[in-house]
Design a protein around this ligand. Sequence first.
Ligand SMILES: [Zn+2]
Ligand SMILES: [Zn+2]
Length: 367
Amino acid sequence: MDEHSDGQTCRIQAAVLRKKGGPLKIESVEMEEPRDDEVLVRVVASGICRTDIDFCDDWDKADGAVVLGHEGAGVVERAGKKVKGVKPGDHVVLSYQSCGLCRQCRSGRPAHCTRLDELNFGFQRPDGSNGLQRSGVRGHFFGQSSFATYSLATERNLVKVSKHLPLELLAPLGCGVQTGAGTVMNSLNVSREESIAVFGTGAVGLAAVMASHLVKADPIIGVDIKPKRLKLALKLGATHAIDNRHQDVAGRIADITGKGVDYVVETTGSPEMHQLAISVLNPHGVVALLTGEEGTDALPEGRRTLGIIQGDAVPQHFIPKLIKLYLAGKFPFDRLVKFYKFKDINRAVADSKRGDTIKPVLRMSKA
Ligand SMILES: [Zn+2]
Ligand SMILES: [Zn+2]
């Protein structure tokens, strides 16, 4: 074990970002011991999500040195004395952070938490402090900063899972997979025989395709520029695939459905794809924007765009549900995953950016 604890702090290895575009450098960092309401998690694995990569590319000097990572999975090492739900040795999946106190959180909608931005992107605890400050580094990204050998989480953003499951595989459930599946199953509540197009068949888009197949949507149209990803989309439940470098997407959708589609899940973030999504929508149809953009109602015939966060999922309910579906063979998200050693984090990021790897997962330690 590489950890040394003096009672107040422990030494961990963390991938630190100090420069726009990276690289992420694995450094020895001093981390505070868990507070009464915190849980110290030994990270077994962490997925790499688009948001990590975007943050890296948009990094600004004012951000300072930070530790990213928000799809952690691991084993509880120590728990503060106010923590009731988990104990040392428990296996957990980490997800996004929410305050638990605002009206949205109390009504079971943590994805709409009024403090969502500061708790997930503020690199601080809810009280503004930072457990990595002694090393001049900022943590607590999504309440976890999981590109590290250890993570400080809270009960709000962890989900206890069975010890019989492959923990390293479950890591991406905490953000990307939950977001794609939750958008279809929770936010849009897509029903049998409704038509859906998924723009961008990366990890989030493919999770949306699998969920669409699960709820028996028809047709399910995958749109991407990578033939390899479109091939996988067809295997995971898409009924049609459109390569938008070589094909006219609107024309093809009209051919397939005879009109437009009831839903578009837009994951690409490109303004052209956003406009295209609106243009192929049936009356009363919805475009789900998984790109951080706000939605709008100001479209003709009841069409809408909807900005969606984390698929409106309550992680403690939705992640166990996805695990059950996976075990029943109905949600094979393992087909998106490729594993890397922690030290190869920059290669994993590069592979993901090129689109060669759909969901890179870093292994930090053995379960
Ligand atoms: Zn809240
Ligand atoms: Zn994410």
